[in-house]
Design a protein around this ligand. Sequence first.
Ligand code: NAD
Length: 233
Amino acid sequence: MTRIVVLTGAGISAESGVPTFRGAEGLWEGHRIEDVATPEAFEADPDTVQRFYDARRRALRTVGPNAAHRALARLESAYGSELLVVTQNVDDLHERAGSIRLIHMHGELRRARCTACGARPRWDDDLADRPPCPVCRRPALRPDVVWFGEMPYELARIEEAVVACDVFCAIGTSGAVYPAAGYAALASAFGAHTVELNLEPTDAVVPFDEARTGLASEAVPAWVDEMLARRAT
Ligand code: NAD
């Protein structure tokens, strides 16, 4: 049995046409992070924040998974419950490629969260026009996206998988956002082999056992093929 945890970040979706976070001088689609990805920004200017995520949600309709997302779905076909994909991404490209054992630790664009009753309904429309919550009918919906200063989802389940895994692979993540940035070191401390697949090496606090550079659409299928060959022997 080889237990694998894969942590993905915005880099895996870059070649699908979803811009990364810090790519252009720390901006996300031209916006400063503190203006669109904090509870304070939402409190100060909810319309701008809602419009920002409405645009991101609509943009998902024009993109699709790439070879890297598809390769991870292939890996799951072989490894089944021994594989867990943890994504920091709020897009839905992993599930559209076929991944099932998947945790969206930073939430999902295609979900809303009701600030009045806590419901988290699937959501594909805009939120800026303040539609009512389908559960409590109050116009209190926000994007179900984890902002800076908020608690990511399913941390206990993720940490349990990270400490128990044999192989930990980080793909397309800058390693700047905690707690995700600490998972490679945690996996390593518990004896896992750690691999990084990224366009460029990152400044990991604890170096990865292997750091491979290249496009995710090439590096991920190559790594997956290796893991599948290992499974077969
Ligand atoms: P990041 O933008 O901070 O870092 C992206 C990393 O991907 C960089 O290290 C970069 O070198 C690498 N990269 C870029 N293109 C690549 C490619 N083609 N192949 C391989 N690697 C590539 O992303 P992050 O670490 O995920 O942190 C950003 C946060 O912003 C996330 O937590 C997420 O919630 C949010 N975000 C999500 C999306 C999305 O859902 N697709 C997009 C932007 C931001």
